[in-house]
Write a protein that binds this ligand. Structure first.
Ligand code: CU
Length: 155
């Protein structure tokens, strides 16, 4: 009878272990994620968010919506501040349509395609080291016209 009690305990422990595994898998584990929604500001050459903050290392799911009825827009998050943004903008204009994105993505963290009026796209990326990163629209003259913002990455 002592042996049967021990067998029962093994069975109970196994059941708990299975339950724990199932719960962990369904909950998404420890990898936290953040969702950001950003849009163009109507017909203005601007985003509806001038800045947003994300925690470093997290998976960011960002949805950009072009709410304009006439303009094409995208969002390109660059690996730096205004100087890097200007460099990427110049490379993007040289790359030309349809997406105005340089083939060399070295200075780019994440980018949507160039979206027509009313279109949206969701992109996923990992938040980089703490700091401030510009995001810009690379349609010609939009960045210069004020279509940019700052992604702040917190420690
Ligand atoms: Cu634009």
């Amino acid at each position: 009878m002592h042996k049967s009690l021990w067998m029962l305990m093994v069975a109970v422990v196994a059941a708990f272990a299975l339950a724990a595994c199932g719960g962990g898998g369904g909950g998404g584990g420890g990898g936290a994620s953040t969702t950001i929604e950003i849009a163009s500001d109507g017909e203005n050459l601007a985003y509806d968010k001038k800045e947003f903050t994300v925690p470093t290392g997290q998976t960011i799911t960002l949805t950009f919506r072009n709410t304009s009825t006439a303009q094409q827009h995208n969002i390109v998050i660059v690996k730096g501040g205004q100087d890097v943004a200007s460099k990427v903008d110049e490379e993007a204009i040289n790359a030309g349509p349809p997406d105005f994105l340089p083939a060399d993505r070295t200075d780019i963290i994440a980018a949507t395609r160039m979206l027509g009026p009313g279109a949206s796209e969701t992109i996923t990326f990992t938040a980089p080291a703490p700091g401030e990163y510009y995001y810009i629209c690379t349609y010609p003259a939009h960045f210069a016209g004020g279509m940019w913002g700052v992604m702040k990455v917190s420690p």
